[in-house]
Ligand binder design. Structure first.
Ligand code: ADP
Ligand code: MG
Length: 293
């Protein structure tokens, strides 16, 4: 291999807004045939907003936002940021949560005003033996069938509300994914979010292979499984929970807007905030390798 070609690849990458970790980063990209795309923050903008609040009977919406907002204020998850910023806008003087704990892939918990508050996927409540009353279960289902994320709120062992949170698919994602296909790649959507949300986003961007409800620690396992099946995998992600999968992939691409953990685990960083950069990166990797031969 000529190191010169790899260095030229690195320089060309910089012009395209692709930061290549080191000249060797492009070396293992031969025969990439699959591109695994994280959903939140990668295919979508990750800029989530609170769309609606459905309270259980007798619950006060402001109180729900006050307690949920206090817990989510301590979390860096995009869903949490949507909840805490909406709460801060509507409740003056959000309290601080004690004993905050992130529950990766599920939600978060904390103690506010002496109450143990849970905020997260409806399955988090189920896991703690807390039932969702019918009207909240319906609200969660309605949110999810429209591709939005349902966030359940409980304290003192009782479900209090379901919040609907959503972000937007990046304008460029559908076209960029079509271009990845045109390069002969099979796109796979990977997410910790639930199947209904995942299917809805996948349909919107033209992906038919969907892996949903994946716990953060299982994202790397999926990449491994695809590799075991003989596929050569590029992975695009942004979150802390994508880091292990990005490291496992034959080519790991981090969104420039992503977390440090994702960037450190990746071979390439896409400075521009869209998936066209992933198309350019794969073309660049192929071109660099063909120059070497
Ligand atoms: P993704 O793969 O979509 O980036 P994660 O694996 O981080 O998602 O989380 C999976 C799901 O768990 C999220 O879609 C969300 O429903 C829920 N979740 C995780 N953390 C939180 C939180 N702090 N607050 C509310 N919901 C959360
Ligand atoms: Mg993400």
């Amino acid at each position: 291999a000529t190191p010169t070609a790899l260095l030229v690849g690195t320089g060309r990458g910089a012009q395209l807004g692709i930061l290549v970790k080191g000249p060797e980063a492009l070396e293992s990209t031969d025969g990439i045939d699959t591109v695994v795309l994280d959903k939140t923050g990668t295919v979508t903008t990750g800029a989530m907003a609170l769309r609606s609040v459905r309270t259980a009977e007798g619950q006060d919406e402001t109180e729900v936002l006050r307690l949920a907002g206090a817990v989510e204020h301590a979390s860096e998850h995009p869903v949490a940021r949507a909840v805490s910023s909406a709460a801060a806008a509507r409740v003056s003087g959000l309290p601080t949560a004690d004993a905050f704990k992130a529950l990766p892939g599920l939600g978060a918990q904390g103690v506010v005003d002496g109450r143990l508050v849970l905020v997260g996927r409806p399955s988090l409540l189920a896991e703690r033996g807390i039932a969702l009353p019918a009207e909240l279960a319906r609200a969660a289902q309605d949110a999810e069938t429209t591709g939005h994320t349902a966030v359940a709120v409980a304290w003192d062992g009782t479900a209090r509300a379901v919040l609907e949170v959503a972000d937007e698919v990046r304008r460029t994602s559908r076209d960029a994914i079509a271009r990845l296909r045109a390069l002969g790649l099979r796109p796979v959507l990977l997410t910790g979010d639930n199947r209904a949300v995942a299917e809805s986003v996948a349909a919107e961007v033209g992906i038919d292979e969907v892996v949903a409800d994946v716990l953060p620690e299982d994202k790397a396992e999926l990449v491994k499984r695809l590799q075991y099946e003989g596929r050569s995998v590029a992975m695009v992600g942004d979150g802390v929970n994508d880091a292990a999968a990005l490291a496992q992939a034959d080519l790991g691409l981090a969104m420039g807007s992503g977390t440090d953990a994702a960037i450190q685990a990746s071979d390439l960083t896409l400075v521009r905030g869209d998936l066209y950069a992933a198309v350019d990166a794969i073309r660049l990797a192929r071109k660099t390798l063909s120059t070497i031969r």
